[in-house]
Design a protein around this ligand. Structure first.
Ligand code: WTA
Length: 655
């Protein structure tokens, strides 16, 4: 064995990695006593998070729990999020970069804090002139262009909550979300670039607006320029003209109550209807700022890069609000990681001397497949910390990331959290805890996350159970927009005991815990699947498929996928008189793309005359998952129709 392969073998076997001494020396948080301090001093420990912000008025109470589980944080406090992300940095850091943006074609745009502040003020003034008032929900439907965070910050400046809809979602998905939020304003753009091609986005936005059941005003950013001209109708305004017309405007940041809504984010759940997760100004902003500082080690002089999309919660918390509240430089990249070549990310890290990289396991698995020559061709020595989020990371991908991107000298934080939690919940602190590939780590200081059985009792180490969070935290969702009932039933019913005043949050993830308190996340236990780190509801996909003419019934499950983590498997029953041919398959795929978007496209559509059902008529999803994964099937004798299983299996295997 050469020395190198021997070292390689050692790395493969190693299961614990200590934080590098060079990292510990300079870390924002490096004292292990923090866990105990938070424990002894809970909930007042969260003052530490609030103190990272500037408040117009300090809170009277850290936590009010008179009406559990409708918790309130930093009660009586007032602040403005855009002030905290912009104005307060102007004196010392006005000329430092806030956003370092790179387009897919290679063009760049840089915004200093002063420049970002200027444009946010101008757009805030424009929004006001269009009629946007405090508490009006403004929807954004935009790809990764600087105008997206600008619009978000402009909204937060005037106290208008935003609701960002991922640009990859369909027109239908946009309409559903605008209707649900009764949002009368939309900010979108004409198009963007993907793999070098200009994509039309405005037609999709227009089609979405057509499906909105009230009047709307749309602002359109011209991303594509003269190459791809577009037209505006009389409900639409040009972004640049609006900003220009407000040149030099100053808008006083509106002082918001800590509990006022900062934004809404629609996410997938068990039923077909997306859930409007409500986040607040004081608790959310404190929490993401605290976690960005403690876990991602963000410092003002860093060039920090979260390679997620702002259309998801990760981008809200860790591209926009957390990093900008800390006054750092946040990198934004518009395009795909393999355009023009598979080293695009490494080229960006090299060019801007990126200090932290935070990305998803699905991307890491793709990099690993493309091979280590791509990162090896670039100088990545500026990196100090690596992070992952969104789905479980397998130890092999973890080790590849640690070695080939981090050069074995960067801590890797595997951060578990959700749209609902606002920010990170379970992860090692990078200067304190040893890393164990595949395991997220212990709950963060102040977070009481446990692994329990169906009855809520903590399970023995090594046994599978469910994650629960047994104490509130500042970044938690406050409710589902205009649907307190669903908030209670989705998250609190399973494990709480209202009579005993015990309130337990259930995130719907499976997990195991080790002797040392490290938690390994095993994935969702509800009907939500995680495709390339994107959260999708199987019921949403099923209702899209059933909407296709000729489809009688559909069942969708997640099957294992080497790169995507999970992929969409659809089992479809057709109505009499329709053929299970390629044309039908294409119509089904198109139907899903139309009602949700290409991210939900089925990997496989299997036509079957029946679905496996229990005697009480419930579809046996577990069985369909096992079939998709090519696994041994357990006992099928409890089925009403056991014969159908072997038929489906044969079809999947292509017999
Ligand atoms: C999954 C994304 C394992 C989990 C921030 C969760 C993870 C869902 C991890 C939330 C991780 C997120 N390890 N699984 N480090 N992080 N998940 O709302 O199933 O888009 O419930 O938020 O992603 O997805 P969401």
């Amino acid at each position: 064995m050469t020395k190198e392969t021997e070292l390689e073998a050692r790395l493969e076997q190693k299961e614990r990695f200590e934080p590098p001494a060079s990292f510990i020396e300079q870390a924002n948080v490096s004292d292990p006593d923090i866990y105990e301090e938070f424990e002894e001093n809970w909930p007042d420990c969260w003052e530490r998070a609030a103190e990272l912000l500037e408040w117009d008025e300090t809170h009277d109470d850290v936590l009010v729990d008179d009406d559990e589980p409708f918790y309130e944080w930093f009660v009586g406090g007032r602040l403005n999020a855009s002030y905290n992300c912009l104005d307060r940095h102007l004196a010392d850091r006005g000329d430092e970069l806030a956003i370092q943006w790179e387009g897919e074609l290679g063009e760049t745009r840089e915004y200093t804090y002063a420049e970002l502040h200027r444009e946010v003020n101008e757009f805030a003034a424009a929004l006001r002139e269009l009629g946007v008032g405090e508490d009006d929900v403004v929807t954004m439907y935009m790809p990764m262009i600087p105008e997206l965070p600008i619009a978000m910050l402009a909204c937060s400046r005037i106290g208008a909550p935003h609701s960002v809809v991922f640009a990859g979602f369909s027109a239908d998905a946009l309409a559903t979300r605008m209707n649900a939020a009764e949002s009368e304003y939309l900010v979108t753009c004409d198009g963007y670039y993907r793999r070098g091609d200009a994509l039309d986005h405005l037609s999709k936005a227009n089609e979405g607006v057509d499906g909105v059941d009230h009047d709307t005003t749309t602002v359109v950013v011209d991303r594509l320029g003269d190459d791809e001209p577009h037209e505006l109708d009389d409900t639409q305004r040009d972004y640049a003209e609006l900003v220009e017309s407000q040149s030099g405007a100053d808008i006083d940041p509106v002082s918001r109550d800590a509990e006022d809504m900062l934004f809404l984010m629609y996410t997938s759940g068990t039923t077909g209807k997306p859930k409007g997760v409500k986040h607040t100004t004081g608790g959310y902003l404190s929490y993401v700022t605290w976690t960005a500082r403690a876990v991602l080690d963000v410092k003002p002089d860093d060039t920090y890069w979260c390679a997620a999309d702002i259309g998801w919660i990760t981008g809200h918390s860790y591209i926009v609000y957390g990093p900008l509240a800390l006054g750092t430089t946040s990198v934004m990249y518009e395009g795909t990681p393999d355009y023009p070549d598979k080293d695009r990310l490494w080229e960006i890290v090299d060019r801007y001397d990126v200090t932290q990289l935070y990305t998803a396991p699905t991307a890491i698995r793709a990099f690993m497949k493309w091979g280590s020559d791509y990162p090896a061709a670039h100088d990545l020595s500026s990196l100090r910390l690596l992070g992952t989020v969104g789905e479980p990371i397998n130890p092999r991908a973890w080790k590849w990331y640690y070695k080939h991107i981090g050069d074995e000298s960067c801590p890797v934080v595997d951060t578990w959290w959700q749209t609902e939690t606002g920010g990170m919940m379970i992860t090692t602190l990078p200067a304190i805890g040893d890393m164990k590939p595949g395991s997220a780590g212990p709950p963060l200081p102040g977070i009481d996350a446990r692994v329990v059985d169906g009855a809520g009792e903590e399970v023995a180490p090594g046994k599978a159970g469910y994650v629960t969070v047994n104490r509130p935290w500042p970044g938690m969702l406050r409710t589902l927009y205009r649907n307190d009932e669903r908030f209670l039933s989705e998250y609190w019913e399973a494990y709480s005991d209202p009579d005993a005043d015990e309130w337990v949050y259930f995130p719907e993830d499976g997990a195991k815990i080790d002797d040392d308190g490290y938690i390994t996340i095993l994935g969702r236990v509800d009907d939500v699947i995680n495709v390339s780190g994107h959260r999708l509801g199987t019921m949403e996909i099923e209702s899209a498929i059933v909407g296709v003419e000729g489809v009688a019934e559909a069942a969708v499950v997640g099957g294992d996928h080497e790169l995507k983590g999970e992929a969409v498997y659809a089992y479809v029953i057709l109505e009499d008189g329709y053929d299970d041919d390629e044309a039908m398959r294409e119509r089904i795929v198109a139907g899903v793309e139309e009602s949700i978007g290409p991210i939900a496209r089925p990997e496989s559509v299997v036509f079957t005359p029946e679905l496996p059902k229990t005697r009480s008529g419930k579809i046996m999803r577990r069985l369909l998952e096992d079939i998709a994964n090519g696994e041994e099937l357990g006992n099928t004798s409890t089925l009403r129709n056991p014969d159908v299983v072997s038929d489906i299996e044969a079809k999947v295997r292509g017999d």
